[in-house]
Every structure is written in C-alpha cells, then in structure tokens.
Design a protein around this ligand. Structure first.
Ligand code: AVJ
Length: 321
C-alpha cells in the first residue's frame, strides 16, 4: 500500500509517513513545536539541568557592548534576521542594547511556529516598542530564500540556542553553504554552539527527572494524534537519551515498551512496532573549536571572533563571507 506523495496534505504528513515507514523509524524534531511544544520548550529552557540557555544568556549579557559594536559596523542600517527565534528571551538583551545605542535596524525573526512568532511580536510591542519587527513563518530552509531575497540593507543573521545542533554535520555543511550564498560581503552570522563537556552534564540536560523533556519528545506523537487522527498511546513509549562523547552527538529516541499497532487515519497508515523498537526523534550535536573550524572551512566562511562563558560550556561564533 504505497501512498502517492502528491496526496499528502502537508510536508509534515509526508515526513511522518516516510519516517514511520523507514527502517529504523524516525520523526523530525522540527515537528515538536506547536503551542504545547513551544510551552514545553520554554519550560525546558527554565530547567536548572538545561544549562544552554543560561550560558548563552550570560554571554550576551556580559558581551553586549562588543556585540552591538560588531553589528553596528559602519553605522549603516541593517536587517537582523533570527533563525528559530522562539520566545526571543535571549535576543531581547541585544535588541534592548541596540535600541539604547540608537542603532538603525529592523528585526526579522523566523520560526516554524506561528504561535511562537505571534507571542514574540506581542511581547516585543509591550517590552521594547521601538523595535521594528517583521516576522516570517517558515523552516530554516525557507528562511534562506527570505534572507537571499531581502536586498538593499546589510544583514546580520542570528542563529542562537545551538539550534544548528539539530543538523548532522553533512546537513549543517549544506545549510551553512546555502546561508553563505544568501548573504553579501560585510554581512555577519552570529551562531551559538553548545560545547563538548562532561557527558553526564549533557545527558542530564536532555533527561530531566521531572519529565519535561520526555513530554517534549512525546509531543510529536501527541501532534500526530491531534492533527492526523493518530492513536499513539503516549505511556507505551519511553523517552531515551544517549550521548556519544567521541562524536559529540546526543540522540533522542522514543522506545516502544511493547509490541503495538498504531493507526494514523489521515495517512491511511497502520504501523506495527515491535517490543523495544525505536523511533529516532532528535539530534543535539555538541561542538569544540576543531569541529567549528572544520565546518567554517567546508563552506569557506571566515571566522571573525568568538565569545564564551566562564566555564567554556557554550560559545557564540561570528562568521563572515
Ligand atoms: C532547540 C534544538 C537547541 O537540541 O538542545 C531541548 C531542543 N531538545 N531538549 C536542543 C531540545 C531537548 C534544543 N534545540
């Protein structure tokens, strides 16, 4: 029973279909984010175990003068794009400081979640009304087109939160190469990279005792239930995290606790899962200087500077063409 790809109502449906028909099974982490998933990710960022947000917050706060000077460059107006802007909590440090310094820019947050963009726009109007905001809904891939097509102004691209870590190295190289093609000389890319560290610290960040990350991971099944008429029984799955300190790759899985059959109505799909069969849902890549230098070299991006927290748990690198 092969479904004709043209009959899928959305790319989400198509990717779910392909991922659950594949061996081993997989679902893409980009589909974690609906209204529920956005909230769960905010809860994750507030957890003590999820050090990434605090680290990047501290870096932006302590280096905001240098960063604003860097973005200001020759003083010409620029567009500040942000890929996967989310709730913009960290970005607001920079936005506030740019405004305070009288810098001319507009803010173009891009996110897969329209809900996240609506909330961000609302909160910015209330907290920093001076910021001109032009939100764009779409994936990272879609965003390249928007960045490439925006002519005229200088561009600064923010890619915070180690969001790049959702991409395997070959995908990251392809993405960065395309990102490079969509910018001009004089434009900047400001990116967050979570660093290799004690493997236990990393595992704990993705495996909290309170079960928030588990609920976040399972939200993709909840979405399939809601949006495609699925009947996944969430309790029948285990959230499982592994971290390979050699490659720096953290991987999330949903593991089927028993043999079970799941139907997804709008896909006309009946899926059988064996006991302990896995569905791979996310990778969260960790980096060191050698990997970042290698990535930059692959796509001919120049490294401008970098910022780090005291413990060197997290870094923001700046690239140019
Ligand atoms: C938003 C992709 C950076 O991989 O650390 C948090 C998502 N997944 N906990 C990450 C996430 C589980 C997060 N990124």
């Amino acid at each position: 029973m092969q479904k004709n790809p043209t009959t899928f109502a959305s790319i989400f449906e198509q990717e779910v279909y392909e991922g659950l028909m594949a061996h081993p099974k997989r679902l893409s982490s980009k589909y974690f984010y609906d209204e529920v998933g956005d909230k769960l990710f905010q809860d994750i960022m507030a957890m003590p175990e999820y050090y990434l947000t605090d680290c990047e917050f501290a870096i932006l706060e302590s280096h905001k003068d240098e960063i604003v000077d860097l973005f200001k460059a020759d003083g010409s107006a620029f567009s500040l794009f942000e890929l996967g802007a989310g709730d913009g909590k960290k970005t607001k440090i920079l936005l506030r400081h740019l405004i305070k310094n009288g810098v001319t820019f507009d803010y173009r947050p891009i996110d897969i979640s329209q809900n996240a963009l609506d909330q961000l726009e609302q909160s910015l109007h209330e907290e920093i009304p001076e910021v001109e905001i032009n939100p764009i809904q779409g994936t990272y891939f879609d965003s390249l087109r928007d960045i490439g097509n925006s002519n005229g102004r200088r561009k600064v691209i923010l890619f915070l939160g180690s969001n790049i870590g959702n991409l395997l190295h070959p995908q990251a190289v392809e993405f960065l190469g395309n990102l490079r093609s969509s910018i001009n000389h004089g434009d900047l890319i400001f990116m967050g990279f979570d660093q290799k560290k004690n493997p236990q610290t990393i595992l704990d960040a993705y495996n909290d005792k309170t079960g928030i990350t588990e609920a976040f991971n399972k939200n993709i099944l909840a979405r399939i239930n809601k949006e495609m008429g699925g009947n996944f029984e969430l309790d029948n799955f285990l959230h499982w995290e592994v971290y390979d300190p050699e490659t720096g790759t953290a991987k999330s899985y949903l593991v089927s606790k028993k043999a079970q059959t799941v139907t997804i109505e709008s896909l006309g799909l009946e899926i059988r899962l064996r006991e302990w069969e896995t569905i791979h849902t996310e990778i969260s890549q960790k980096y060191d200087d050698a990997i970042v230098e290698w990535l930059a070299k692959q796509v001919n991006l120049k490294m401008v500077t970098q910022f780090s927290d005291d413990r060197q748990w997290y870094k923001n690198h700046v690239f140019k063409k």
